[in-house]
Design a protein around this ligand. Structure first.
Ligand code: G6P
Length: 369
């Protein structure tokens, strides 16, 4: 291994393990400030964010899934309608613009052509309130945006994005809480609770990373398979999507994700013992519903691999494998549940002997159409 890799075999593995540090660095500003204030997003931010009536998020790939996750937060916590769209779709659509909506572009590289063009298109429609969440300072997309929030993941080399995704999530959560506060929807107790949740997050991510040996053991079940299904509900549905994307990108196993409630409208027809089913099932308000979705899978002979947390009171049984994160971390739970799906993809790819850091046909940053 090269000097840069240290004890790790691949950049992807190194970057997965850097997440506690990357997240701590990204939230340093808000933790030091001890409050969610508009200034975190630039001097101009209080003006730009005042009076917004909705949010439109634009992104590609993994960044798009960060946006999908944020939609649940923005609507529930900040009370703002939020749409999320793939940049290459938005840019070619006859969009009905609303100048009171905030346009958020998400891009690790800040150079993705479709995202850049979608931003230009939004601006051409009179959308002047623009905010970029980006990992590369002074790249094209932040330069074209009025407000900028830099994630501090550090250089990401593995083509499959990992630490950029979780740092985008914490930046989006910080933005959500800030919007809620500006709109008078965040009382002191709630603000303290969110700051505390952020403060504890790097430690909780480290606990999730410590599950690696158990996930390595699971990877042997997946390596010989050609298909996998990922299920989640609510704010964890985008994490299922991200898990499926990671697995297909680097292991070349065909993987798709469904909101678990939609199982009966199609994918249930595919379930056999040849297709492992991964379920993101933390102890949230949808857990009972997810459990009944899992029974539907089991009844058809599908093998279940469930990521849950301690509070779910959920144990393994015949055909049901369970890995439990130490505790439920509340509103930031999607960040924690990202870790095991990243590790699963990594170890399955290792077992299949693919080129983990440079998967075939894919590029780290797509600057052409
Ligand atoms: C490529 C990369 C992905 C990334 C996507 C968007 O497809 O392989 O990992 O999620 O581009 O990139 P961005 O830099 O805009 O986040």
């Amino acid at each position: 291994a090269s000097l840069e890799l240290g004890p790790y075999s691949h950049f992807m593995q190194k970057e997965i393990h850097e997440q506690p540090r990357a997240i701590a660095d990204t939230i340093e500003g808000v933790i030091d400030a001890g409050t969610f204030s508009a200034e975190l997003f630039g001097d101009d931010a209080a003006d730009v964010l005042a009076g917004i009536e909705g949010v439109q998020i634009l992104a590609c790939g993994t960044s798009y899934y960060a946006g999908m996750t944020a939609r649940y937060w923005i609507e529930a916590i900040a009370g703002l309608p939020c749409s999320v769209e793939i940049a290459s779709e938005y840019r070619y659509r006859d969009v009905v613009a609303n100048p009171k909506h905030l346009i958020i572009t998400l891009s690790q590289s800040g150079e993705t052509l479709d995202t850049m063009e979608a931003l230009k298109y939004a601006k051409s429609l009179g959308q002047e309130r623009t905010l970029s969440i980006c990992n590369v300072p002074e790249s094209a997309i932040p330069r074209a945006s009025r407000l900028v929030c830099y994630t501090r993941a550090g250089a990401e080399i593995g083509v499959a994005s990992t630490k950029a995704f979780t740092t985008q999530l914490v930046a989006l959560f910080t933005l959500t809480a800030t919007l809620a506060k500006l709109r008078g929807r965040l009382d002191e107790a709630r603000e303290a609770e969110y700051l505390d949740a952020l403060r504890h997050l790097p430690g909780s991510v480290q606990h999730a990373l410590n599950l690696e040996p158990q996930i390595t053991a699971w990877s042997e079940h997946f390596a010989p398979k050609e298909h996998a299904l990922f299920l989640g509900r609510g704010v964890h549905y985008p994490i299922a999507l991200e898990g499926a994307l990671k697995l297909k990108e680097i292991s070349y196993i065909h993987a798709e994700a469904y909101p678990a409630g939609e199982l009966k409208h199609g994918p249930l027809a595919l379930v056999t013992d040849a297709m492992p089913v991964v379920v993101i099932a933390p102890n949230d308000s949808l857990l009972e519903k997810v459990k009944s979705n899992m029974q539907e899978v089991r009844a058809r002979g599908g093998e279940l691999f469930v990521f849950t947390d301690e509070e779910s009171q959920f144990g393994p049984s015949e055909g049901v494998h369970v890995i439990r994160a130490p505790r439920h971390v509340g509103v930031l739970s999607p960040v924690i549940h990202t870790i095991p799906v990243q590790l699963l993809a990594y170890h399955v790819a290792l077992a299949r002997g693919t080129d983990v850091d440079k998967p075939r046909n894919l590029a780290k940053s797509v600057t052409v159409e």
